[in-house]
Design a binder for this molecule. Structure first.
Ligand code: NAD
Length: 473
């Protein structure tokens, strides 16, 4: 099982003439040199402006997200608009604390002296977003970059063109255009941007492009944060409260029509529990989207024809115990639960990234853990159980970016938890203070007093000095 798909990226966009972004980059470097972004008042002002933008342009963003992904305005608000606004506000309120020097102990041999960590901005950073949460995945990163005092370029995904346009139109109206730029475009633009010597790159998307980003960054030794994907497993134990479990899995899987990097990709459950779980999943789907989800405005659509065709084929990997209907004209794929799925079938090869949920049978927790561990480390992993031992065993054995016990995706609302993958599901993380750290360098500083200037370390070396040094160590 691969963490990302070679079919996930829209490779069809031809590389046309590469624009030259060096003058823009030079301008941003010059802006950074003015030290304006070092100023906490500037950072707070920009974060407030970002909050205002999310509030004042709410309807425009909702319309764009509806057009790109068929997102209901409530979902658009919860997972994107208010998410970015709260993130900006959370960071603004903590700027002083985060930017303070952090004192550390200075050992005896360093006395008289003081030591501390001093956060400093990295410089000019690049943020490349993906299409599935086109606002959140660009502007939450931007909030973190601003909080840390950087200049930034944001490149929204071309696969969510309406949202990309609103970002490109509104951000320059609200934020300092000499320090923050939006570049719209596809492969040609991203390729040209990647040639520049950024001080950091935050990339969100599939692993194949992640490799391209990392290779480009390596030329300049630019550090990268890669927010990638993977097949996030969901284990349901027999002792779980199955109705709540079904509702929470259905919510995690069918939000944004399954086009969520941390959506439960597939379920592992024993045969008896599966029999009880499937009707409850059906009940949850009906409660959320009615008898015919195609008529529900709470259920989204697939982003592009290519992704629609990819997903439509995956339904054949099993029997549709729930859903299975498709409509190419509206890029609709029903909330679908597949049973009788073989581990070799196409749906189990790559991240699904759509509203199709295979339910696979395993004997017990150990079999589920073995199955998960045989594949790449996922971005998220879920377990539903009341058994503390099962929970502990799962947490110990399943390595992944983020975990939720007894729910899916809800860790995203915890400001203090970082968000990011491990191994093929990503490197580095952000969110709240973790985002601030991602876009900061923690400069290590030691300041010495003048007197006494203990001579133990200076030559000529003597046995006496050596003995004393060993004692003081
Ligand atoms: P995408 O097609 O929007 O691509 C992401 C970005 O890469 C875009 O801005 C695009 O312009 C750029 N890009 C595409 N091809 C490129 C190329 N050849 N060279 C340079 N840049 C290029 O998004 P996607 O890749 O389809 O995203 C889906 C994947 O992203 C899934 O695997 C999903 O799990 C993952 N994802 C991860 C997170 C996370 O936070 N970890 C969030 C969302 C999505």
């Amino acid at each position: 099982m691969e963490a990302e798909s070679s079919t996930m990226t829209e490779a069809a966009t031809p590389i046309t003439t590469a624009p030259d972004f060096s003058p823009m980059f030079a301008d941003l470097k010059a802006s950074f040199e003015t030290e304006r972004t070092m100023n906490l008042a500037w950072r707070a002002e920009q974060l407030t402006a970002l909050e205002h933008m999310m509030e004042e342009c709410e309807q425009e963003f909702m319309d764009a997200l509806k057009s790109d992904l068929g997102k209901h305005h409530q979902e658009a608000w919860t997972t994107e608009i208010s998410f970015v606004a709260s993130d900006a506000s959370y960071s603004r309120k903590r700027l002083k604390r985060w930017t303070k020097k952090k004192r550390v102990r200075t050992p005896m041999l360093g006395q008289p002296g003081k030591s501390w960590l001093q956060p400093e901005p990295l410089g000019v950073v690049l943020i490349i977003g993906a299409w599935n949460y086109p606002l959140q995945l660009t502007l939450a990163g931007l909030a973190a970059a601003i909080a840390a005092g950087n200049c930034a370029v944001v490149k929204p995904s071309e696969l969510a063109p309406a949202t990309s346009d609103v970002i490109a139109k509104r951000v320059p109206e609200y934020l300092d255009g000499e320090c923050v730029k939006i570049i719209e475009g596809a492969v040609a633009e991203t390729t040209a941007l990647l040639e520049l010597p950024w001080d950091h790159i935050l990339y969100t998307g599939g692993g194949n492009v992640g490799r391209i980003v990392m290779a480009a960054a390596a030329k300049h030794l630019t550090p990268v944060t890669l927010e990638l994907g993977g097949k996030s497993p969901c284990v349901v134990m027999p002792d779980a409260d199955l109705m709540t479990t079904a509702r929470r899995i259905a919510w995690g899987k069918f939000t944004n029509a399954g086009q969520t990097c941390i959506a439960p990709d597939y379920v592992l459950v024993d045969a008896e529990t599966k029999k009880k779980l499937i009707p409850l999943l059906q009940q949850a789907v009906t409660e959320m989207f009615g008898e015919n989800p195609e008529e529900s405005d709470s259920f989204g659509r697939i982003v592009s024809d290519r992704h629609f065709e990819r997903l439509a084929k995956l339904i054949d990997s099993g029997e549709a115990a729930i859903g299975g209907q498709i409509n190419a004209d509206s890029k609709y794929i029903a909330p679908t639960v597949l049973t009788g799925v073989s581990v070799d079938s196409p749906v189990m090869q790559d991240e699904i990234f759509g509203p199709i949920l295979p339910v696979l049978i395993v004997d017990d927790l150990e079999a589920a853990i073995r199955f998960i561990r045989a594949s790449d480390k996922p971005l998220a992993a879920y377990i539903f159980t009341k058994d503390a031992n099962a929970e502990a065993r799962f947490l110990r054995k399943v390595s992944c970016g983020n975990t939720c016990v007894n729910d899916t995706m809800m860790f995203m609302m915890v400001d203090e938890l970082p968000f990011g993958g491990v191994g093929p599901s990503g490197m580095g993380n952000y969110s709240g203070e973790h985002g601030f750290s991602t876009f900061s360098h923690m400069k290590a500083v030691m300041k010495r007093g003048w007197w006494p200037d203990v001579a133990l370390r200076y030559a000529p070396f003597t046995e006496g000095k050596f003995k004393m040094l060993r004692k003081l160590r």
